[in-house]
Design a protein around this ligand. Structure first.
Ligand code: AR6
Length: 166
């Protein structure tokens, strides 16, 4: 099942929340900063052991002080005119979902990856997020997974609503 939530991803009570991180996995601004602040310093300590993460890839840690048991850290593309932007962004969703399956995660919340500091145009990013997730769910019909798109502002929420209804 896919749903949308307007608000802060760090307070969601689900098995995993996804972090829109950078390649260092050592924290930053935006949703990354918010997740690290609420999870506490042990999250950073675990992230230091991971050796960073390539764009489009995903790595998993515990959630520490979060309600979520796990954080899945993925690195979205920094928007530019490069041709492979869309597939890199799609990989973030796909690889995060593959990790969820591997770790028996049955509810996962995604922020709008790359649409903040990384400046991916919201409408394009929303279409990629929704189509990638729907394709993954279609390919894993026997696995029960609730997916929440966590939208931090109304503009993002309205965009997800529009494309989920379409
Ligand atoms: N809950 C849900 N969504 C949030 C929250 C929150 N607490 N805070 C922000 N957002 P961004 P990016 C939304 O910039 O574009 C960091 O410095 C935000 O409004 O967090 O992938 C990393 O370290 C936007 O809709 O991520 C990287 O260097 C969405 O999350 C870089 O930013 C993504 O915005 C990654 O940039």
């Amino acid at each position: 099942m896919i749903s949308i939530d307007l608000g802060d991803i760090t307070i969601l009570d689900c098995d995993a929340i996804v972090n829109a991180a950078n390649k260092t996995l050592l924290g930053g601004g935006g949703v990354d900063g918010a997740i690290h602040r609420r999870a506490g310093h042990k999250l950073l300590a675990e992230c230091r052991t991971l050796g960073g993460c390539e764009t489009g890839e995903a790595k998993i840690t515990k959630g520490y002080n979060l309600k979520a048991k796990y954080v899945i850290h993925t690195v979205g593309p920094i928007y530019s005119s490069q041709k492979n932007q869309a597939s890199l962004l799609a990989n973030c969703y796909k690889n995060s979902l593959d990790l969820a399956l591997k770790h028996d995660i049955h509810s996962i919340a995604f922020p709008a990856i790359s649409t903040g500091v990384y400046h991916y145009p919201l409408e394009e990013a929303t279409k990629i997020a929704i189509s990638t997730v729907k394709t993954w769910l279609d390919m894993h019909k026997d696995y029960k997974l609730d997916i929440i798109f966590s939208c931090f502002d109304e503009k993002t929420y309205n965009m997800y609503q529009r494309y989920l209804e379409a």
